[in-house]
Structures are given as C-alpha cells and as structure tokens.
Design a binder for this molecule. Sequence first.
Ligand SMILES: Cc1cc2nc3c(=O)[nH]c(=O)nc-3n(C[C@H](O)[C@H](O)[C@H](O)COP(=O)(O)O)c2cc1C
Length: 376
Amino acid sequence: MGLPAGLLDAGYTRLLRPVLFRACGGDPEAIHELMIRVLAGFGSAGPAAALTGLVAGSRGRRTTVAGIDFGSRVGLAAGLDKDATAVLAWRGLGFGFAELGTVTARAQPGNPRPRMFRLRDSKAVINRMGFNNPGAEAVAATLAARNVFRGNGVAGIPIGISIGKTKLVELADAVSDYLSSYRLLAPHADYVAVNVSSPNTPGLRSLQDGGALADLLGALVSEAATMAAESHPSVPERGPGRCGPMPIFVKVAPDLTWAQLDEVLATCADHGAAGLIATNTTLARDGLAASDQTRAAEAGGLSGAPLTRRAREVVGYVCEHTDLPVMGVGGVITAADAMALFDAGASLVQLYTGFIYGGPGLPAAVNALDVERQGS
Ligand SMILES: Cc1cc2nc3c(=O)[nH]c(=O)nc-3n(C[C@H](O)[C@H](O)[C@H](O)COP(=O)(O)O)c2cc1C
C-alpha cells in the first residue's frame, strides 16, 4: 500500500522541493540530471524498489487505448527521461505509462546552456533544450540492457518512445531520419510518438503541414506494418511482430490554428495514426506572474500552469473533431486539471512541469481522483 497522495504532496513541496530548487546553484538542468541519475539506479529489486513502493500503492483507473492495456490513465510526458536511463523508475513514482525521449537518429548536444528556466510564481518552465540526446542506437542499447522490449512488461507500465528530427538533417530528408530512429527503437516501445511540434528545432513544426505530415506518417505506418509482418531478427522472441503493428501517435503544438489542426486531424485519420498527443509547449507568453516577466523573454517553449487553459481548449477541439484517441498534456498542475482533460475527451493524460512543482504526489492524486470519480 502506498502513501496517501496528500502526504506525498506535503513531503515533496515542503521538504524536498525547497532543497531541490536551491541545489546545484539553482540550475534547473543540473538538478534534473542529478535526479535522473538517482532514478536510473532504481530498478525492480533492492532498497530502491522499497522506496518507490511508497508511491507504487497508488494505482489508477485501468483502460485500453490503441490496443495497449494501461493500468492507470496518467503518464510521464516526453522530455523528462530523454535518454531512457530511468525507465524502470516511473511506475514506482505513480505513473501508468511513460513516454521516453525525444530521441533523434544521431546523437546531438542540443542548444547551449542555460536552456531550461523555472518561472516559479507562474508554476511554469521555459525550455529550449533542442533535443539533446545520445541518439537512437544508444537509447536502444540502454533499453536492451534493462531488458525493456515491446509488450514484455519489464518496466511495469507501457512505454512510449518519442522520436524527432536530427537538427543537422535537412527537412527534405526528415522521413529517412525518423525512419532510422523508428527501426532502432520500435522493438523497445509499446507505442511511438512522432514529435513534429517542438519549437526548439528550426523548421520542425512545418512537418505538421498536411503534405509533409502525410509523407512522414505514411512512411512510419508502412514501416510498422512491414516490421509487424516479418519477425525482427535482432529480437526474435520479443520483436514488434509479436503484438501487431506499432501504434503511432502524433504530437501537436498548442499554437496551431483550428484550420491547421483540421488538416493535421485529416492527415492522421487518412494515414493510419493510432492517436494524437495534445499538446507540446507553447510559444505564447500569456498568463505569467508579474515577477516572471523578465524570464518570459527567454526563447523557447512555455509549459505548466500558463498552458492549462489552451491545452484543454485544444484537447477539446481535437476530441470533437476526430474519432482517434487523444492523450491530453499541458498544464496539469492539480488532479482537477487532469480531470478537466478527461472531461474534454482525453483517453489518457501526461504531465511534466506539474511533476517538477508537485512531485510524485501529483500522479498519485490524479490516480486517486480518477478512481474515485469512476466509482461515483
Ligand atoms: C524541459 C522540457 C523538455 C521537454 N522536452 C520534450 C521532448 O523532448 N519531446 C516532447 O515531445 N516534449 C517535450 N517537452 C514537452 C512536454 O512533453 C509537454 O508536452 C509540455 O511540457 C506540456 O506539458 P506540461 O505543462 O505538463 O509540462 C518538454 C518540456 C519541458 C519542460
């Protein structure tokens, strides 16, 4: 049995968060890296497992989306575990699934530091990380070393992997770049997310345009069918063929117009997407506290509380205009924010910035409220 969400929340926000926010000279990325290194040591055995068991008692509402069985409806959003090293920790922290990455075909350093900024009074973050990651081959090796393969349940929860474009690759060559990542990572994922909505890789968001998205999605869906049809030689027993074609989700920006979203939805429906993830960070700077106005000038994508309303609006629009399942993400700071995304039609929710400000009490609270509402 895990600790109640309220106790976890108080323990994190009153005790741990003040220490974390001051640690490493207050550099958010440095403390992030340190926490990921700690979590990477968490496995399914030993004292770390007992620690994570404090939260693991928090189980949520079961659902099936795109043929995947989810034990709870709240997941970790992409970007927090970019290298996939902490893959075995997320279940223990109360998440029902985790989206790793974004991973690119080639290793790349991302943008110069500093590139991640806390806007504390606004419960927000601005980041311009730029897909820093060790590359698809290294991430596949990390997952293989932990025996995480599609459908084998070793992580205890479904695993999504987000793929993006290598910065140095021309937009015209994006399809083959995404395909390289896809082939390497699909054996380790229960679903793949196509990230065409990060604001921090020049030109990336243009891949949301109808023709470009059709080419990209068409190629990935056809590769998924091919890989499902043939037994994958590198993982004979556990390859993607075992569970049918890989579900492919498309992650969209909150800054699209309704007309642009209509085009994305039509392309997703016509080219075999399994669903949508809405939304990525925003380029807008609305809803910030006065004390955060200086930081607001930093370039990059804004996440957290200022995104809550827009993400809900976009999720509502998407759900009204497609039959595909939707993962809602953006500005989930309280359990009620997650319920609002469910009420807007989302089948699952994800969070990132809320976890920085709320810690493991937040997914636990989402799970508790989700179960409570199911019963009422
Ligand atoms: C520091 C940081 C890095 C991120 N990196 C990625 C990424 O690599 N891929 C991606 O799809 N989204 C990335 N995101 C966006 C989140 O997955 C999420 O869509 C967005 O932050 C809105 O959710 P939130 O308000 O719960 O944070 C990142 C967000 C932050 C704050």
